[in-house]
Design a protein around this ligand. Structure first.
Ligand SMILES: *Cc1c(COP(=O)(O)O)cnc(C)c1O
Length: 421
């Protein structure tokens, strides 16, 4: 459930009419609902009720500082994957002891930043990383709390580009080598083992792959404890999918996921950490765009909109589906037309949808791309010299631009022409 609904035939974000915001901000823009973000965080928090736990929002899904502040105020921790994300989380007021550092290629500078600013734990993904982290910690005279990310070799049954838990993926260490790697970590004075980490992918639409992975984590917890390691925290990653297509079967709910976690790992006495990103932010955001032209092709009609793959790359990159709806609700019973919905960029890949049935639209009409709150704005670029689009947050009756649209001058002035040219 989200808070983007029609009221009197006009799409609203909570209590704000979308055309009102569009008139002030200009199109295209991202629009987020604070109530939906809060709701999704609470669903996870409640799903793990009864277990010692922390929900660490995977901020790569949507790292606007207003979103981070909102999450932090609810009590969320953060899962970060770069020094930039770490700095952003801190800037939004999240304390270091709630920040988890993930990623296969942490640099020494990033490790140092996090060790000095405070960190909940590093999820270490390889032996070379472990050696580097130990070095950095010793040089600073501190001890780095770690888990080791294990790769359980399970098929997450998701898009190949976002599956991370198979042995062919670059992530984690093979679970079969975990004993050896933990023994190595235990000897390093700059590291303190606190648990195990696993994250098998994104946009998972079934619980079975999770369960398979978590059973392996369970066995590993017992093995490592028997080998003398203290395993008190299990980081179970993120990845729970969202319904991008309203007409399709719904993925499992956080409550069902939480139930499975309790059944599989509940009696180990471990603190549970999860790292959801997409499920928190995805359906809490839409992308509002305007029709530039309706163009008659030889065998189809094109709806050319003023947003493009540089703003929302998911369809081009992952063949992703986004529901696209008119901001002015179509009259009941009106006959729909199939449109190919495309952006202005000079690539055929700049196609959002093919043969999408919509009530007839004309130039100037507003449309909304649903489920655009995660992996939308954060993956945008200025390709084709299109300035990044603004982000807006609605909370009840109020809204604010939480990232401004740069002017063309702002964008152009970022380049430098050398004097000798
Ligand atoms: C991307 C990522 C997540 C979040 O995945 P979602 O599908 O957005 O929930 C969590 N943990 C790690 C380590 C990640 O890389």
């Amino acid at each position: 459930m989200d808070h983007f609904l029609y009221k009197d035939g006009v799409l609203h974000a909570e209590d704000m009419a979308v055309p009102t915001i569009a008139a002030q901000v200009g199109t295209p823009f991202y629009l987020y609902s604070a109530a939906t973000l809060r709701r999704h965080y609470r669903l996870f928090d409640e799903a793990l009720d009864g277990m010692d736990h922390l929900v660490c929002y995977a901020m790569k899904a949507n790292s606007n500082q207003a979103v981070l502040k909102l999450m932090g105020d609810l009590g969320a921790g953060m899962d970060v994957v770069s020094g930039g994300e770490y700095a952003r989380a801190k800037a939004a007021g999240v304390s270091g002891d709630k920040i988890v550092f993930s990623g296969v290629g942490k640099t020494r500078e990033e490790m140092k930043m996090a060790l000095m600013g405070g960190i909940r734990q590093f999820n270490v993904e390889s032996e070379p990383e472990m050696i580097a982290l130990n070095d950095v910690a010793l040089s600073l005279g501190v001890v780095a709390p770690i888990t080791v990310r294990v790769n359980p070799d399970v098929d997450a049954k998701t898009h190949a580009k976002i599956a991370t838990g198979k042995s062919e993926n670059k992530f984690g260490i093979p679970i079969s080598r975990a004993s050896e790697v933990y023994a190595m970590a235990a000897k390093m004075k700059g590291l303190k083992i606190i648990g195990i980490d696993v994250h098998i992918g994104s946009q998972l639409t079934e619980l079975a792959p999770y369960k398979a992975a978590y059973e392996k984590v369970r066995d590993l917890t017992e093995t490592l404890r028997a080998e003398g390691h203290e395993i008190k925290r299990l980081d179970l990653g993120g990845g729970l999918g969202i319904p991008y297509e309203r007409s399709n079967d719904a993925p499992p709910l956080p409550m069902e996921y939480g139930q499975m976690v309790k059944e599989t790992l509940g009696d180990l006495g471990c603190e549970i950490e999860i790292e959801p990103g997409r499920l928190i932010a995805g359906n809490a955001g839409i992308l509002v765009s305007e029709v530039i032209f309706v163009k008659q092709g030889e065998d189809r009609e094109f709806l050319i909109v003023n947003t493009a793959m540089n703003d929302l790359i998911r369809p081009a990159m992952y063949d992703a589906h986004h529901d696209i709806i008119p901001v002015q609700e179509a009259a009941a019973g009106i006959e729909k037309t199939p449109y190919d919905i495309v952006g202005p960029i000079c690539e055929s890949g700049d196609t959002f949808a093919k043969h999408r049935d919509l009530a007839p639209l004309k130039a100037g009409d507003l449309v909304a791309f649903r489920s655009a709150g995660a992996y939308g704005a954060v993956m945008s670029s200025e390709y084709n010299s299109r300035p990044m689009i603004p982000e807006v947050l609605v909370d009840g009756h109020q809204f604010a631009v939480i990232r401004e649209r740069p002017t063309l001058e702002d964008m152009i002035n970022r380049d430098t022409i050398p004097e000798w040219l």
